[in-house]
Design a binder for this molecule. Structure first.
Ligand SMILES: [Zn+2]
Ligand SMILES: [Zn+2]
Length: 316
């Protein structure tokens, strides 16, 4: 089987891998398309010390299990369903979990991926393969609606005009948030957000004052959190939405002095993400730059990291 493999020697495309061995609860999925995510770029830089097949944003066809022959997307956390976290509905925090393409489980930049049956969601015919690869990151954006008590009146600043920043801004707008500003470095990416009806500002023209009730950091950069702390009002909330391979070096005193609530935010619910994408309420068309075959994955990863890129897809 062909797959994009990461180990201490770096990233390579291999065609000598066995098809995934299925655990008793797992289904074999033939991958149709997969998306390259900021997390994949961070993994290549050493985040999580992951070794194995990369890839966690995918759509495929179930080859076994109860959805056999149907198009599916998959939640990425494979939990034990027995521990106290799992029994209390916090499976994403199961200490025994593996995570597709991120932690002790091969991912979807491959011809086939093994996914627990319970993680799979069927997708409607109205959702094309390309858009379906966005279900996982859109679900991550919907996590904001679960974690924040939004009433629509709050002032919100989203830091980052990339893939996740764009999707988070769209999800917040969908939740009725009217006072929403997206900060970015790329005029062409900000233009896409404005076409979606969102307010934007270029970073170097941003007025740095403590004026936001909520700041969502989607920069994928260690500079995002300190900036968020400059923008959040006392008693406000900062949501850390991206993972960074490096370490944060910042003074935490402002968090204490301003009594800021810091919220970590990761994976979210798939069903509202599928509904919103299928219903055209979340727009991803302008976010797709190109599709590469698996063989060209190293080039595709370079493209995904280039400043102008949003989403690069891989097609086995
Ligand atoms: Zn991702
Ligand atoms: Zn568990």
């Amino acid at each position: 089987m062909k797959a994009v493999y990461l180990d201490d020697t770096g990233l390579s495309v291999r065609d000598d891998l066995e098809q995934p061995t299925l655990q008793s609860d797992e289904v074999l999925v033939k991958v149709l398309k997969a998306g390259i995510c900021e997390t994949d770029l961070q993994l290549v830089k050493g985040y999580m010390q992951f070794q194995g097949v990369l890839g966690h944003e995918f759509v495929g066809i179930a080859k076994t299990g109860k959805y056999v022959g149907q198009r599916v997307v998959g939640e990425i956390n494979c939990h034990c369903r027995q521990c106290a976290y799992c029994r209390n509905g916090l499976g994403n925090h199961c200490p025994n979990r593996t995570v597709l393409g991120i932690l002790n489980h091969d991912g979807a930049f491959a011809e086939y991926v093994a996914v627990p049956q319970v993680n799979l969601h069927r997708i409607p015919d109205s959702l094309c393969d390309d858009y379906a690869t966005f279900v996982e990151p859109v679900a991550a954006a919907f996590r904001l609606q679960e974690q924040l008590p939004l009433d629509g009146d709050e002032t919100i600043i989203v830091l980052g005009d990339g893939r996740l920043g764009n999707l988070c801004a769209q999800v917040l707008k969908l939740a009725g948030c009217e006072h929403l500003l997206v900060v970015g470095k790329h005029p062409e990416k900000l233009a896409i957000l404005r076409e979606m009806g969102l307010q934007t500002v270029v970073l170097n023209q941003l007025e740095k004052s403590k004026r936001a009730d909520i700041v969502v950091d989607c920069t994928g950069s260690p500079t995002g959190l300190p900036l968020a702390l400059e923008l959040v009002k006392p008693c406000g909330t900062v949501v850390m939405k991206t993972t960074v391979a490096g370490e944060h070096h910042l003074s935490m005193a402002p968090v204490v002095i301003d009594e800021v609530t810091l919220i970590g935010s990761r994976c979210g619910p798939f069903e509202p993400a599928i509904d919103a994408l299928a219903g055209g309420r979340i727009i991803v068309e302008p976010l797709i730059n190109a599709t590469y075959p698996l063989d060209d994955a190293p080039l595709a990863m370079v493209k995904a990291e280039s400043p102008g890129a949003f989403k690069i897809l891989l097609e086995p």
